[in-house]
Design a protein. Sequence first.
Length: 168
Amino acid sequence: MPFPLFVFALPSESAHHFDDVPTLYTGVGKVNAAAVLMQYLLASPEKPSVVVNCGTAGSPHHAPGAVVQCRGFVQRDMDVTALGFAPYQTPFDDAPVVLPATGPVLPDLPFAVCGSGDHFVTSWPPDAPFDVAEMEAYALASVCARVGVPFVALKYISDGADAAATTD
């Protein structure tokens, strides 16, 4: 029987509220997220009905304490503009700069575009094509797109992605 799989970077993000459902912890960052989720999906005898990523994000566009549903994902630390590629575009990859979400829509939550990268944001990039920043969702969305599993990400806004982010 298909089941939802809840994915977090760290156990502290779930606070034991998901102990009774299938839950996966990947560790921090895009490499850990992609490797652990792909390993799980390849080893699992049955694919989940949907992968639900929950975690924290910073944003100057959404208030701390808000929960947003990410409907698009950007690899925010990909920069090959010196070779003529568009900002945030992965060279020689068919994926668009903003990878769309493939999971169900939760209409009661505000939508956001999520920028994933392997650095903690304390200064918002100018002209960013995303409005929340975190470290795993793009990689998880990419893995799910490759194996045909619906994906949705819900992010709790923990800080303003600014100079005060480290203390927020």
